[in-house]
Design a protein around this ligand. Structure first.
Ligand code: AMP
Length: 503
């Protein structure tokens, strides 16, 4: 049987699934409602019936059993209470994945392997949470890929011409902003640097529009507008109107009064200017960090639905001093790239000759998007007390896969224990207060030894951006190891998906 390889873009606001056809072309698979993208919204009809997508979206913001934007909470302990049962963001995401899976399988047979895309700046826990959501949905996912890398892959594939040089992928979707600088030579793609803001996207623009409408309603009627009288969906519709028109008229009929409000593009653009400024700073930093300038870039490629906004295009042009390029359909590029990637990673015996040819020249290397370190005691010869600091092992921008070992030493005579930890940070940071501890453990040492015994610490990071760390006492070969990957017990689903009917 022919294998069914799919790429899934699990988005904050919309998700998409793409499949590599037998000729090696990635194609978007429409959902059972005939849409190319599916709103990442989950609505519980009762304890066991869940609706995902457009129907759920119509009641999002109004119905208390309907949830969205949970991608932003991946890897956190946020809970959603429905019919007296608690669900975590992993479970809600697995419903979306299940819907995409089932709709695809209706016409194309069982999915044999899937790749799910992840924002480049997702922390380790959020990556693991995504893998667990996929597993819960019954998908076989061996690999994940950063969203901008997937978009770059599709761009390189679809451009038809040999690409050569440095490109920026500017990805602004519903919930996250990512900017990546990639080097492309033919089908070789190397990610040079990647940065982003994990809570910035179309959803925040919708909220700004809601704020404007609330204020105008209050001014006109003297009353507070109830959220259900101008929902997130309403805001999104009017926001899209403002992408092509200078103003939009909003009719509100609520128990508090009936009014027609007008919001101009200028008012809306002013309200989001601080958010846009944040993206601009991130773009400048991502180039600075690798000592590149805008003159080094061949093209700027726009990905994600929010790049349809004229103010975004203007901002990009201002920062990069160049007109950006757009895909025909910016919301599909990531999923389409993921379908190419799944073939690239798959066992070649699963591929048709044409599929093999489509990916034969592709070569991708990705980089780490965070710094990883451990806390160490720095001794000062003049003082007996040491200073506890963060010491970086894996630097941001390190080519994957990578493995870095550093030697440390025990401090005092008869030391019987070492506290081991793993830290994560966006910048090179010594101060422990400003980094996130993503793991803590200890290593017991044999007693009765002098100070200065060698401790080897190794951090290895693979292409899925999951990490293994070991802390080894060299003399006794005692070790503490942690695999910060799928098996992380802290992140779990709280459901058995088979208990649910998902439409
Ligand atoms: P994505 O995650 O790439 O599908 O992007 C989804 C986001 O793009 C949502 O916040 C949409 O509201 C937004 N979006 C899609 N089309 C437009 C448009 N024409 N104007 C403004 N925002 C848009």
């Amino acid at each position: 049987m022919m294998s069914n390889l799919v790429g899934i873009d699990l988005g904050t606001t919309y998700s998409a699934i793409s499949r590599l056809d037998d000729n090696g072309n990635p194609e978007i698979i429409d959902n059972s409602e005939g849409q190319n993208i599916t709103p990442s919204i989950v609505s519980f009809e009762n304890e066991s019936n869940v609706i995902v997508g457009n129907v759920a979206m119509q009641i999002y913001g109004v119905d208390e059993n309907t949830f969205g934007r949970f991608k932003r909470e991946m890897g956190t302990d946020k809970e959603y209470l429905v019919f007296d049962k608690k669900y975590n963001p992993v479970s809600l995401s697995s419903f979306v994945l299940k819907k995409l899976k089932e709709d695809c399988e209706k016409n194309h047979g069982a999915i044999s392997e899937a790749v799910v895309t992840i924002p480049a700046n997702f922390a380790n826990e959020a990556r693991e949470a995504t893998l667990i959501a996929a597993k819960t949905a019954g998908l076989s996912v061996k690999n994940i890929i950063n969203e901008p890398t997937a978009a770059a892959l599709y761009y390189a594939y679809s451009s038809g011409e040999e690409l050569n040089g440095i490109y920026a992928i500017y990805d602004l979707g519903g919930g996250t902003f990512d900017i990546s600088i990639i080097k492309v030579k033919g089908s070789d793609i190397e990610v040079l640097n990647s940065d982003g803001v994990s809570r910035l996207g179309g959803d925040d623009f919708d909220n700004k529009l809601i704020e404007i409408v609330m204020k105008k309603f209050k001014k006109q009627t003297g009353k507070e507008l109830d959220p259900e009288d101008f929902t997130k969906n309403d805001a999104e519709i009017h926001k899209k109107t403002l992408s092509s028109r200078d103003k939009t008229k909003i009719r509100i009929s609520s128990t508090k009064g009936r009014v027609v409000l007008e919001v101009t593009k200028e008012e809306f653009e002013n309200s989001i200017s601080r958010l846009i400024a944040q993206t601009e700073i991130t773009c400048e930093n991502v180039l600075d960090e690798i000592k590149k300038s805008v003159n080094d870039l061949n093209e700027i490629i726009l990905v994600g639905g929010s790049t349809r906004m004229p103010s975004i295009v203007k901002s990009v042009e201002k920062v990069f001093k160049k007109k950006p390029k757009t895909f025909g359909n910016p919301d599909e590029a990531v999923a389409l790239g993921a379908a190419l990637y799944v073939a690239y990673k798959s066992d070649p015996s699963n591929l048709t000759p044409l599929q093999k040819r489509a990916i034969s020249k592709v070569n991708i290397s990705d980089v780490t998007t965070k710094f990883f370190g451990t806390s160490v005691v720095k001794m000062n010869s003049e003082e007996s007390e040491g200073l506890v600091q963060n010491d970086i092992l894996i630097r941001k921008g390190e080519k994957l896969p990578c493995s870095i070992t550093k030697d440390y030493a025990t401090i005092v005579e008869n030391q019987t224990r070492i506290d081991c930890d793993v830290t994560e940070s966006n910048v090179e940071e010594k101060e422990l207060d400003f980094v996130k501890k993503i793991w803590e453990g200890k290593l017991d040492l044999p007693p009765g030894r002098p100070a200065n015994q060698q401790i080897k610490v190794t951090f290895s990071y693979d292409e899925n951006q999951t990490m293994k760390c070991s802390f080894v006492d060299v003399e006794s070969n005692k070790k503490t190891e942690i695999n910060l990957s799928l098996d992380n017990e802290n992140i779990q689903t709280d459901i058995d998906i088979n208990d649910f009917k998902v439409d």
